[in-house]
Write a protein that binds this ligand. Structure first.
Ligand code: ZN
Length: 100
């Protein structure tokens, strides 16, 4: 009997939906925001922190949509404070354009 039924192992790339534009993208291309068990909302660059997570494109436009429509709040089940939004803004816009 030939062993022909063995399917090659496909490495599945985890996909997540951006809370802003709702596009599904590979998880690693998105920024994870986590609500920790302690009830704090934080950016999770490692993607490994415990807690309820939401994903967003590294795009300030997506953040704006998410904030304006309370999508981030809903995704996390928690009100996201202005401070966190500002930190996210800095995180999403930083890195590329450094100092002025
Ligand atoms: Zn997006």
């Amino acid at each position: 009997m030939a062993k022909s039924g063995k399917a090659p192992k496909l490495r599945k790339i985890p996909q997540r939906m951006c809370v802003g534009c709702q596009q599904v993208r590979p998880k690693r291309e998105l920024v994870r925001i986590v609500r920790t068990p302690a009830g704090e909302v934080e950016i999770d660059p490692t993607g490994k922190r415990a807690g309820r997570g939401a994903y967003i494109c590294p795009d300030i436009g997506c953040l704006n949509i998410a904030v304006k429509k309370d999508k981030l709040d809903k995704a996390l089940g928690h009100k996201v404070s202005r401070e966190i939004v500002e930190r996210l803004e800095a995180h999403l816009s930083g890195g590329k354009s450094g100092e002025d």
